[in-house]
Design a protein around this ligand. Structure first.
Ligand code: UD1
Length: 423
């Protein structure tokens, strides 16, 4: 198994290009199932999760071709010959559940395995199922699979009331509603930029959607959707991650393609901590102001709040801040698995349920550590960049799910980092 070896201490300087959003791409890809005409995505990230979604769509009969080294995905679902998303593919990635709404809306039936993904809590799919039921679907859970059927005549518009905000369930509901008969109202919808990106792509395909980016989305179903070409929005989580690199190590880095509107709550916390963020013509320039980083308290929330997907990386920054920071994780119940690994590097962290208290230390020390999930793994790399000596991060296959060319991007701004092949 490969590992990543980081030697800390270098201040960073230069520019890092930010890729298209993994999480947007993973919902834009299943949108191809809604139409017989081609859907082309540009600015796609080159990641193992995207390859998993490609395999899943191909197993259903869709054509998916990666062009320009995978940055363009040319897809077509003119003939689907399978409506079962198999456990062997779905277990690798929770976002696989996003084929359920489109298959059901287009052909009236689907069988999808219950998903896997990062081990960061129970992560049920009840809200996805509830949304489809509100559109008339009949669902049966058998042998680890969801067996779904639309009423004769297809899904019909309905009111979907989400008791809590779910990104994936909003995406499934939105895609299904585009082809349902009549009007669907989605209440307490997620407002993430990835939802807005999906809605923009679906509108290009001919869907009638209003209110995306607000808590209430209204969809007027249409008989059919056409083809489209769509550019995937910038990955705000990759952006935030690389913004933290100069914050942790010192120096100045410009993240190309970055926009503050994608990360307002996060940028406010960086400002409080003493990190300057400036919008430029090409992206966001980030630098550490003089002196030590200051402690800040962080609570994760659905967008526009502080993203849970940046909590682990922010914790890496706060490990060496001046004072005590309290991090509250409100989205996933088991998302502090990086804390014990950071403590191996000398961090002082106390975890009680969903709250972690970080008492800043002067310096972290390099150590062998283990990646436990996607965002945790990159937080260990960030910590390693600031630590004295060598940090070896093992189990980096988690990282390949969400960060393309991490070694190239960080060494390009002066970090000492390399990937070492293991047996
Ligand atoms: C998406 C992102 C993930 C991010 C998360 C929250 C993708 C591919 N993944 O995941 O990176 O961390 O949003 O921003 O876009 N829940 C239920 N029942 C459900 C669905 C969710 O109880 O049917 C709960 C979850 O356990 C969690 C909360 O709702 O506590 C939010 O999860 P959700 O927004 O659905 O996350 P994902 O869409 O899976």
């Amino acid at each position: 198994m490969d590992s990543i070896v980081v030697t800390g201490g270098n201040a960073l300087k230069g520019r890092i290009p930010i890729a298209g959003a993994k999480n947007a791409c993973l919902t834009l890809m299943p949108a191809t199932l809604l139409s017989e005409e081609p859907l082309t995505l540009t600015n796609a990230p080159r990641l193992s999760d995207i390859r998993t979604m490609t395999t899943l769509l191909q197993s259903l009969g869709a054509e998916v071709q990666g062009l320009q080294e995978g940055q363009v995905l040319a897809m077509s679902s003119h003939a689907l010959d399978n409506h079962t998303a198999d456990y062997d593919i779905v277990r690798k990635m929770r976002a696989s559940i996003l084929v359920l709404g489109p298959l059901l809306a287009r052909d009236g039936h689907a069988v999808v395995s219950l998903p896997g993904g990062c081990a960061i809590g129970a992560r049920p799919v009840d809200l996805h199922l509830r949304a489809l039921e509100a559109m008339g679907a009949e669902l049966d859970l058998r042998d680890g699979y969801v067996h779904a059927k639309a009423p004769s005549g297809g899904l019909r518009g309905g009111t979907v009331d989400f008791p809590l905000v779910s990104v994936g369930a909003t995406e499934n509901a939105l895609m299904a509603a585009t082809l349902a008969k009549g009007t669907t109202v989605i209440n307490n919808a997620a407002r993430e930029p990835e939802i807005v990106d999906l809605a923009e792509c679906l509108r290009k395909m001919g869907a009638q959607i209003e209110g995306d980016g607000t808590p209430t989305i209204t969809v007027e179903g249409v008989d059919r959707l056409g083809g489209a070409t769509h550019r995937v929005v910038t990955d705000r989580i990759e952006l935030g991650t690389y913004m933290l690199a100069p914050a942790i190590c010192g120096g100045e880095v410009e993240c190309l393609g970055g926009e503050i509107r994608l990360l307002e709550a996060f940028c406010e916390k960086l400002d409080e901590a003493g990190i300057s963020v400036e919008e430029t013509d090409d992206g966001l320039k980030v630098a550490r102001r003089n002196g030590r980083v200051k402690a800040v308290d962080v609570t994760t929330e659905p967008f526009p709040g502080f993203p849970t997907d940046l909590q682990a990386q922010m914790m890496a920054l706060l490990c060496t801040a001046e004072g005590k920071s309290v991090l509250e994780e409100k989205i996933f119940e088991n998302r502090f698995m990086h804390a014990p690994e950071l403590m191996r590097m000398g961090a002082q962290i106390d975890v009680h349920g969903g709250t972690a208290t970080v008492s800043g230390v002067d310096k972290l020390k390099g150590a062998p550590v283990m990646a436990t999930d996607l965002r945790a793994s990159v937080s260990l790399i960030l910590a390693g960049l600031a630590a004295e000596g060598e940090t070896v991060v093992s189990r980096v296959y988690h990282l390949d799910r969400g960060y393309e060319h991490v070694v190239r991007k960080l060494s390009g701004v002066g970090a000492q980092i390399e990937r070492v092949s293991g047996s």
